[in-house]
Design a protein around this ligand. Structure first.
Ligand code: AMP
Length: 214
């Protein structure tokens, strides 16, 4: 299965991609997680990406495309993958098409997560993230067992710099301008499936499986 999870920040792509990737035994390729790891490790990529990320802007296409090309060349991606947070611009989608063409494969499905703006702002500003294992929680709707402590690995949770309200609004604007035009492209290709991204995590998971297999 070669899948793309498409949707605005806060739509639940990461949570759902992690679970489905585990079930399908394919890697979850999350550009945001890869970039945050590079920032945490202080690599040249991380140093270049940080300023864009902190202000809610997109990291330049050529940087991201290089990152994805390297990742998809890894042996585990031969089985398939779930792209989570990529592509996010038309040039990125073009580059993905070329990369997959070179590998002689194509996308099976693009799953679009439909969530209202009000809900996205609520989710993102209340989100608390584990800097170590990338698990996410929400201050009211999915709090950790112990305040500010990751249930999974015990690290102290943080609010991502870009989950502050002003940056969240900027990220939603960037999504509307640069990423949402991709919907039309994948619709025309016949691979787009829309899933309602509000409701219970398990229900959404079931809907995604139907969308992917249907
Ligand atoms: P995310 O965790 O997917 O919301 O990504 C966090 C931040 O990483 C974004 O706001 C961008 O600054 C950067 N980023 C992640 N994926 C991409 C991408 N495909 N293209 C450009 N920037 C990205």
């Amino acid at each position: 299965m070669r899948l793309v999870f498409l949707g605005p920040p806060g739509a639940g792509k990461g949570t759902q991609a992690r679970e489905l990737a585990r079930e399908l035994n394919v890697p979850q390729v999350a550009t945001g997680d890869m970039l945050r790891e590079a920032v945490a490790n202080g690599t040249p990529l991380g140093r270049e990406a940080k300023a864009y990320m902190d202000r809610g802007a997109l990291v330049p296409d050529d940087v991201i495309v290089r990152l994805i090309a390297e990742r998809l060349a890894q042996p585990d991606a031969k089985r398939g993958f779930i792209l989570d947070g990529f592509p996010r611009t038309i040039p990125q989608a073009d580059a993905l098409e070329r990369l997959l063409g070179d590998l002689g494969v194509s996308l099976d499905r693009v799953v679009y997560f439909d969530v209202s703006d009000a809900e996205l702002v609520r989710r993102l500003t209340g989100r608390r993230s584990c800097p170590k294992c990338q698990s996410t929680f929400h201050v009211t709707s999915n709090p950790p067992k112990h305040e500010n402590v990751c249930d999974r690995c015990g690290s102290t949770l943080v609010q991502r710099e870009d989950d502050r309200e002003a940056t969240v609004r900027k990220r939603l604007q960037v999504y509307a301008e640069q990423t949402s035009p991709l919907l039309d492209r994948y619709k025309k290709r016949g691979v787009l499936r829309t899933v309602a991204g509000e409701g219970k995590i398990e229900t959404i998971h079931g809907d995604i499986k139907k969308a992917v297999n249907g």
